[in-house]
Design a protein around this ligand. Structure first.
Ligand SMILES: [Fe+2]
Length: 462
């Protein structure tokens, strides 16, 4: 560990139980019989609990896109003092991107891993926006954040009124308490915390770092599989929601920290918000282990578009156009014949933000490190660096099947064009020499026919 900050962190049981299935209508009781039967809002709920609905879509959203849950709790969420702007304000969270808070740049950007802060910093204060587009107020857009923290949240809970968080821990586990129950999330797993849920992030390992995609106005879905068929990629049963868990404790001065329009507000109450004894519904936090992903790819020639590795997609109203796709580059076999196997050189109408959880990325021989990031915006050229290109063509057609192992890179890809926050552009971790990784690419053109043109490679053998 590079930082020895001690952190007060409640124990989580090692054998937490979860409920399985993406998008399922689930139910859970911490006390048997706490869930009302036959109706959602009885005059008197079992055990004298309050019934409270949380709506993640408009009431009249089509049924297949309608998300809501019913929470049965000791006191309702409304039992708190008025919201006030947090003091001190945060200053590095953006939910409406414009000229006043961010810049547009077509330049390829890459960041080295940020250091873990020395001073005690929890998930809220360690979170900062890197880039994004659109507006949480207008319910269309996204933000990409990163966090770097070393301390569990204490006597407060976070609530994001702006959108859903998809968190990708890169260093340090997250023990997350939500109103639906508790989730243990390790690097290599992801967690989605839907808009409006209150949660606490504890850091049992101390120094922690990761990435967050936030989406406004929609929710993540599993991608359609098309000709792949009914199975493959991320399986619905591998998504885990928590089971009901509650605490009934007197917490004088407990603070709800609410992100609303990118600003933080606080409200005091004297009890834990994790007082939900039972719940049911399909609007829930969930986690997913990326190692369970079942990748598909080419088995003869050419490099598939990265969409083949989509884990989750947040759609727009245009068919096939994502507000945010979450795509991974997991361990897998490369077997394509007479093919340039790394990702192709590319210009894209979509914008691509990449991160690396562990290992190396197949298109970058060096410089792209775990905990680092890159951004290639709309129509900005990108692709394998010089070392990767030269090493690949030097292998020739004799390389045989090769397994990419011990790696997990990912991409947040959006149809919207991100604006970049000033602290990300001014960051000491910005790699000003990023362009150098391509500048050495030299012409291989000689005017003479290559071996491939002679037809030998087209037969699959040379
Ligand atoms: Fe690309």
């Amino acid at each position: 560990m590079e930082n020895t900050t001690t952190t007060k962190c409640p124990d989580f049981p090692a054998d937490l139980e979860y409920l399985s299935g993406f998008g399922n209508h689930l139910s859970s009781e911490a006390i048997a019989g706490a869930l009302p039967q036959g109706q959602n809002s009885p005059l008197i709920c079992p055990y004298g609990l309050y019934a409270e609905q949380i709506s993640g879509t408009s009431f009249t959203a089509p049924r297949k896109l309608n998300y809501r849950s019913w929470l049965y709790r000791i006191k309702p969420s409304v039992t708190h003092e008025p919201f006030k702007p947090r003091v001190p304000s945060h200053g590095k969270l953006v939910s409406e991107f414009n000229h006043s808070n961010s810049s547009a740049t077509p330049t390829q950007l890459r960041w080295k891993p940020v250091e873990i802060p020395e001073e005690p910093t929890d998930f809220i204060d360690g979170l900062y926006t890197v880039c994004g587009a659109g507006s949480s107020y207008l319910r269309h857009g996204f933000a990409i954040h990163m966090y770097s923290a070393n301390k569990s949240m204490d006597n407060c809970a976070f609530c994001n009124a702006d959108g859903d968080f998809l968190i990708v821990p890169q260093k340090g586990r997250l023990w997350i308490t939500t109103e639906c129950g508790r989730l243990q999330v390790s690097p290599g797993e992801i967690v989605v915390l839907p808009q409006g849920f209150r949660f606490v992030v504890n850091l049992p390992d101390g120094p922690s770092r990761g990435y967050v995609a936030e989406i406004f106005g929609t929710h993540f879905q599993l991608p359609d599989l098309g000709p792949i068929g009914a199975n493959g990629l991320a399986a619905p049963r591998d998504f885990f929601a928590p089971t009901a868990w509650f605490e009934q404790t007197f917490h004088p001065g407990y603070t709800i920290v609410q992100k609303f329009g990118g600003e933080l507000f606080t409200a005091k109450q004297d009890f834990s918000p994790f007082n939900v004894v039972a719940w049911h519904g399909n609007y829930v936090p969930y986690k997913y282990d990326l190692s369970k992903f079942c990748p598909y790819n080419t088995v003869l020639l050419d490099h598939s578009d990265p969409s083949i590795n989509t884990v989750l997609t947040a759609p727009t109203d245009k068919p096939g156009v994502a507000l945010v796709d979450f795509v991974i580059f997991p361990p897998r076999w490369l077997v394509a014949e007479h093919t340039f196997r790394p990702p192709y050189y590319h210009r894209n109408c979509m914008s691509e933000f990449m991160g690396l959880i562990y290992g190396g990325y197949e298109a970058k021989a060096d410089g792209f490190l775990p905990g680092g990031a890159s951004l290639h915006s709309c129509m900005t050229p990108h692709g394998p660096d010089t070392r990767t290109y030269e090493a690949t063509v030097a292998l020739g057609n004799e390389s045989g099947p090769r397994r990419i192992a011990d790696t997990m890179a990912f991409m947040f890809e959006s149809c919207l064009i991100p604006r970049v926050c000033p602290w990300a552009l001014d960051s000491p971790f910005l790699d000003h020499d990023y362009y150098q990784c391509w500048i050495g690419l030299r012409p291989h053109f000689s005017g003479e026919a290559t071996k491939a043109q002679s037809g030998d490679f087209q037969n699959g053998h040379n």
